[in-house]
Design a protein around this ligand. Structure first.
Ligand SMILES: NC(=O)c1ccc[n+]([C@@H]2O[C@H](COP(=O)([O-])OP(=O)(O)OC[C@H]3O[C@@H](n4cnc5c(N)ncnc54)[C@H](OP(=O)(O)O)[C@@H]3O)[C@@H](O)[C@H]2O)c1
Length: 196
């Protein structure tokens, strides 16, 4: 019996101005936003760039992490813990990830999002209601390829799922987690035009 093909999901928190990072870190802390990341990714495979791994500074528990680097002898500070794989390309990382799990999450940063975008089936974006200073931006998205299928709104941020080519909304939640109407306004810049 063959397994279903793995889903590749880009998971990112993106400010209104497109910023995702500043000087190696994420320039905001929002209640609930990291919990969303954890809930989405727990038990699955994370693919991330070497800089993002070093910015987190440790292996995230409960998730196999594939780190991408062009440095053949790169090692995490303090040695390589169980649950980390190191590959020399984003393609190899996705191949490894697909062999390990039916859900592969690409967790950044900008370079790795850009390289993985063509392989992505789903975007799980947290739109942050802020315009922080930053030096790292989410890559351009061809919004004609994506449709919003799920949205949850919270104080200061919205979690939105986009599926490639999908047309139908799955669900929408408000901050309390109950179903609600899908907001009519467009996702914040640099998101898709209204009605996506
Ligand atoms: N807001 C969010 O959701 C979010 C998520 C993740 C990260 N971030 C932020 O984003 C920033 C980091 O992003 P970044 O774009 O600078 O770095 P990154 O994508 O995390 O890592 C870049 C590194 O990954 C390796 N790499 C990238 N593309 C590769 C490829 N095609 N083949 C082989 N290796 C490749 C290289 O490592 P070597 O130099 O070792 O060769 C490169 O220097 C930080 O500020 C971080 O906090 C934000």
């Amino acid at each position: 019996m063959t397994s279903p093909p793995s889903t590749v999901t880009l998971v990112a928190a993106v400010a209104r101005n497109g910023v995702i990072g500043d000087r190696g870190d994420i320039p905001w802390r929002l209640p609930g936003e990291q919990a969303r990341f954890k809930a989405l990714t727990m038990g699955h495979v994370l693919v991330m760039g070497r800089r993002t791994y070093e910015s987190i500074g440790r292996l995230l528990p409960g998730r196999t992490t594939v780190v991408v680097t062009r440095q053949p002898d790169w090692q995490p500070a303090g040695g390589r813990p169980d649950g980390i794989l190191v590959t020399g390309s984003v393609e190899a990382a996705l191949t490894h990830g697909r062999q390990l799990d039916e859900r592969v999450f690409v967790a950044g940063g900008a370079q790795v999002y850009a390289a993985a975008m063509p392989a992505a089936d789903v975007l799980e974006l947290t739109w942050v209601d802020a315009d922080p200073d930053g030096d790292t931006y989410f890559p351009d998205v061809d919004w004609t390829q994506w449709s919003e299928v799920r949205r949850e709104t919270h104080q200061g941020w919205s979690g939105v799922r986009y599926a490639r080519g999908a047309k139908k909304n799955e669900t929408s939640c408000n901050a309390s987690g109950s179903d609600g109407d899908i907001p009519r306004e467009a996702p914040l810049l640099p998101g898709p035009p209204s009605g996506q």
